[in-house]
Design a protein around this ligand. Structure first.
Ligand code: ATP
Ligand code: MG
Length: 514
C-alpha cells in the first residue's frame, strides 16, 4: 500500500569544485513508505539527502524539489524542517558537554517567561527515553554514552517535531542487533503514521528487511528504482558496482601459526561505578597469521579490552600480556605502535579522522617513523605509500591532499584503515572496521585482511556484523558482560549458537547496565 507523493525532485545536480557529486537525480517519495537508497562509497547518497534537507542551500545546486505539490527552495535546514523534512546525518550533531535532556531540547528549550523550565525538560526527556526503550537517565552527559545510544537519541530529537519526511543516513552503522531491532520497530511505527522514510544503508540484509522501495545510486546517478520484491541482493549489488557480483569472502586457506600474543588476563574497571568491571578477567591467545574475531553485543566489553591492550583506556586496568612469549607492558598508544600493534578505533569521528589534515597525512601518520631516515620523512616514499593504500582500498578522492572531511563518510574511514595497513604492524586490532563501508570495499577489506594474515600478520577483528564474523574468522571469541563466554572455530561455528551465547540473559541484565 503506498500513499500520496510527499516529495518529488528532478534534475538535481550538485557540483563541488572538482566532482559532480549528484547528477540529474529524479525520484518520488511517498507517504508511509520506507525508501532505501543504496550505493557505493562516494555514490552521492549523503549529498542528495543534504540537498533535500536544506543542508545545501537551493542556490548551490541545480534542479527542483517539489513538496506536496509546490516548488520548494530551502535556504537552510530550518526551512526544510518547517516543511516537515528532517535529516539524521551520518555524522551526529550532539553537544558532548550537555546532558541528554539538553541535547534533546537543543533547538527549543521549554521556557516560561524566558526561563528554561528544567522540570518539564527533564520530565519530557525521561518519557522520550523510555518510549525509545533506552535505559538512560536524562541527566547523563552525552560524552558518557556510546555512539549507538547517541544515534537513537538524535532520532528521538527529530521526532519531537511534525515530521513528514525523515531522512536516515546510515542509522544502523553503529548499532548492535538489539538496538537495530528497536530502531526498526520505530521505523514501522513511523510508517503507520504515514511518515515517508528515506533510508541509507550499506547493510543489504536490513535494506531487504525494512524497505518498500529500493533506489540504487552509482557515480552520482540514480541507476534504478524498484519495489523491494523485484530487487534481490545480487541484483542490487550488481547495479551498485556496475558488474556481476562475486563472493564477498575470500576462501579461508590460512594456517595460523604459533601464539604471538597471549593475553593472560585483562580486567577493566568502570571509571564511573566503583568496583564495577567492564571487562572481567578475560583471557585469550592470538596466533601468528590468524584472524580472531570478537563478537558480542554493544557493551559486552570488546572495545574496552582492545583499549586496555594498547594502553588507551582512561581508567583502571589490570592486564598481563605476553608478546612472543615475553611479558609486554603497553602504557600508551604510541608504545603500542612501537611494539608493532596497530589499532583502528571504533569511533572514527572522535578518535580516528584528523579533520584538519589531508588524505595523505591521515594515511601516513602512523608510519612516519618507518618512512623517515635520520628523522626526516622521505617524501617520495610517503607518496608511494599513500598512493599504494589509495589504490589498494579504492579510496575515492579528488587528490591526495584533499582535506579528509571533504570525502564521503566511507572513504574517510578507509583512509583511517589504510593508516594501519600502511604502518607495518605485527598485530592489527580493528574495531568495527567495515562500518559504513560499501559492499565492494568491504569485500576488498576482507581480501586485504586475508592477505595480511597469509603474510603472518595477526588480526583481532571486533565486529557486530555476524555475517562478516562468520565469513572471515579463523576463530570467533564471544564476549558477554565483560566475560569471554566462548571461543569457537570460525569455519565450524553455528550462527544461532553464537547469537545465543552473546545474548543470553541479556534482557534482564542489560536494562540495568547504565
Ligand atoms: N564538501 C565536499 N567537498 C568536496 N567534495 C565533496 C564534499 N562532499 C562530498 N563530496 C564528494 O562528493 C561525492 C559524493 O559524496 P557523498 O558523501 O554524497 O557519498 P555517499 O554516497 O554518501 O558515500 P558514503 O557511503 O561513503 O557515505 C564524493 O566523491 C565526495 O568526495
Ligand atoms: Mg554518505
Amino acid at each position: 500500500m503506498s500513499g500520496e507523493i510527499i516529495i518529488n525532485f528532478c534534475n538535481l545536480t550538485k557540483r563541488f569544485t572538482s566532482v559532480v557529486a549528484v547528477k540529474d537525480a529524479a525520484l518520488s517519495i511517498r507517504a508511509g513508505e520506507v525508501h532505501a537508497i543504496v550505493g557505493g562509497n562516494g555514490a552521492g547518497k549523503s549529498t542528495l539527502m543534504k540537498m533535500i534537507a536544506g543542508v545545501y542551500p537551493d542556490s548551490s545546486f541545480d534542479g527542483s524539489i517539489i513538496c506536496e505539490g509546490s516548488l520548494c527552495s530551502f535556504k537552510n535546514v530550518t526551512e526544510a524542517q518547517k516543511a516537515g523534512i528532517f535529516m539524521i546525518p551520518q555524522e551526529l550533531n550532539m553537544v558532548n558537554d550537555l546532558t541528554i535532556a539538553e541535547n534533546l531540547f537543543l533547538d527549543n528549550y521549554p521556557a516560561r517567561h524566558g526561563i528554561i523550565d528544567r522540570r518539564i525538560m527533564y520530565g519530557e526527556s525521561e518519557k522520550i527515553l523510555e518510549n525509545f526503550g533506552l535505559s538512560l537517565r536524562a541527566s547523563t552527559l552525552v560524552r558518557e554514552i556510546g555512539i549507538a545510544q547517541r544515534q537513537l537519541i538524535t532520532i528521538a530529537r527529530a521526532m519531537r517535531n511534525d515530521v513528514k519526511v525523515l531522512l536516515l543516513d546510515e542509522p544502523t552503522a553503529t548499532l548492535s542487533d538489539n538496538e537495530c531491532k528497536i530502531l526498526f520497530e520505530k521505523i514501522r511505527k513511523l510508517k503507520k503514521k504515514n511518515i515517508a522514510l528515506i533510508y541509507i544503508s550499506h547493510r543489504m540484509e536490513e535494506v531487504k528487511m525494512i524497505s518498500d522501495i529500493i533506489t540504487v545510486m552509482r557515480d552520482g546517478q540514480i541507476i534504478e528504482t524498484g519495489k523491494n520484491e523485484n530487487m534481490d541482493e545480487k541484483k542490487i549489488v550488481s547495479l551498485m558496482v556496475g558488474k556481476e557480483a562475486g563472493s564477498m569472502y575470500p576462501p579461508r586457506e590460512r594456517t595460523p601459526g604459533e601464539v604471538i600474543l597471549s593475553v593472560k588476563t585483562v580486567t577493566v574497571y568502570d571509571p564511573k561505578v566503583p568496583g564495577k568491571k567492564i571487562v572481567d578477567n578475560a583471557a585469550f591467545d592470538l596466533k601468528k597469521g590468524e584472524i580472531l574475531s570478537f563478537y558480542g553485543l554493544v557493551g559486552a566489553g570488546r572495545s574496552e579490552t582492545a583499549l586496555a591492550m594498547i594502553g588507551a583506556f582512561g581508567g583502571t586496568v589490570d592486564i598481563l600480556m605476553e608478546k612472543n612469549h615475553k611479558p609486554v607492558k603497553i602504557l600508551s598508544p604510541s608504545e603500542a605502535i612501537d611494539k608493532k600493534i596497530g589499532y583502528l578505533p571504533e569511533d572514527r569521528k572522535r578518535q580516528g579522522v584528523i579533520d584538519i589534515l589531508g588524505v595523505d597525512k591521515n594515511i601516513s601518520v602512523a608510519s612516519l617513523y618507518q618512512l623517515a631516515s635520520k628523522g626526516i620523512v622521505n617524501k617520495k616514499r610517503e607518496n608511494e605509500t599513500v598512493a599504494r593504500i589509495i589504490k589498494a582500498l579504492a579510496i575515492k578522492t579528488p587528490s591526495t591532499q584533499t582535506k579528509i572531511n571533504n570525502l564521503s563518510g566511507g572513504n574517510a574511514q578507509k583512509c583511517v584503515l589504510g593508516r594501519w595497513i600502511a604502518a607495518d604492524s605485527d598485530i592489527l586490532i580493528l574495531d568495527e572496521a567495515t562500518q559504513g563501508i560499501d559492499v565492494e570495499a568491504k569485500s576488498q577489506i576482507y581480501s586485504i585482511m586475508d592477505g595480511l594474515a597469509k603474510q603472518g600478520k595477526s588480526i583481532l577483528f571486533i565486529s557486530s556484523d555476524l555475517s562478516e564474523v562468520m565469513g572471515v574468522s579463523d576463530r570467533i571469541l564471544t564476549m558477554r558482560h565483560g566475560k569471554v563466554v566462548n571461543i569457537s572455530d570460525g569455519k565450524k561455528a553455528v550462527r544461532e549458537q553464537i547469537i545465543w551465547e552473546a545474548a543470553i540473559g541479556e534482557k534482564e541484565e542489560a536494562l540495568h547496565d547504565n
